[in-house]
Design a protein around this ligand. Sequence first.
Ligand SMILES: [Zn+2]
Ligand SMILES: [Zn+2]
Ligand SMILES: [Zn+2]
Ligand SMILES: [Zn+2]
Length: 353
Amino acid sequence: MSDRFDDVVRNAFDFLGRSIDELEAQPNYSVINFYSAVELFLKARLLKEHWSLIVAKPDEADKAKFLRGDFKSATLDEASKRLAKVVGDGLTEEELRCFDGLRKERNQMVHFAHAAQGDGEEAKDEMNRIVSEHAKGWLYLRRLLTGRWGKHFEAFAAIIEAMDGRMREQTKALKPKFLLLTDVIAEAEAAGGHFMSCPSCDFKSFEAGAPVWVGQGKCLTCEFSSPVITLDCVNDECKKPILLTGGYESCSECGHNYAPEQIEEVLAENGGLSDVDPQDPSDATRANCGSCDGWETVVSLTYAGWFCTDCFDIEDNVEQCEWCSEYSTQLPEDSFLTGCGHCDGRLGDEKDD
Ligand SMILES: [Zn+2]
Ligand SMILES: [Zn+2]
Ligand SMILES: [Zn+2]
Ligand SMILES: [Zn+2]
């Protein structure tokens, strides 16, 4: 199956390349091809686990038909659920929302003529929006391909790097919009605001707290919004102020690879973590993540609720699973019956009997 995997990944990069080539002349094709690439990357990851997972109904999957390409493939929603439940390597909520937005956009393009063509203001806004969304889609794809899914896509490191260069080049189209914002940004800075280079569009218009800070940041140029941590890079040779949007990213200045444990260390060293009370072991300072299913990746911040050092989800509360008593964020309402990310609840227990 590994040559199938290679084919699918190569196709995905091919669609991404076309999306860039077609942006100006035929923005509707650019949008359609971008989303095709997203789907193919998700399918490639499923294919690594088992070929039948990319077929709409895995229980009826026929390998001969699969090899001929004669099958109906899983939808984004199905693929995402399988990545989480079967592969155990799912998308974060933000990633799924972003990819689903691109899917809806693609469907519109297939049915309606496009507003991004022409010279008018409306066309310019529409083009800015597409460039912004593709920058964000690529940010999330690259993060998967080089981070959490990195070991499966190692052989494609050079292509990923080259594609990153092309995407960044495309995103420079937002420069006129950024330039129009420089006064607004200067005013906000004078009033105590703090701006950093945007992880999605690269312009210095991403508003976030000064290091070390955890919270929701937002870019005025491309409107990318994400929970982030700002910090001084832990690499002694670098030490530059940077921001990360996920636990498995690398420093944009020196390439140092981060992991959730290291992010937790940075928070601990800067007094960002609530103390464990050794006298009271039931006093939770750590929990499982209901967004990414991370095991004990959620830490209690001194100033901002509960923070997952893996997917960066920020929540006000954690709750105890009514079935297994584990602490978790985003617990389902009927956890006694359905369980949490780490147990199957009473219904699962009954099934086992
Ligand atoms: Zn931006
Ligand atoms: Zn660095
Ligand atoms: Zn998480
Ligand atoms: Zn549970």
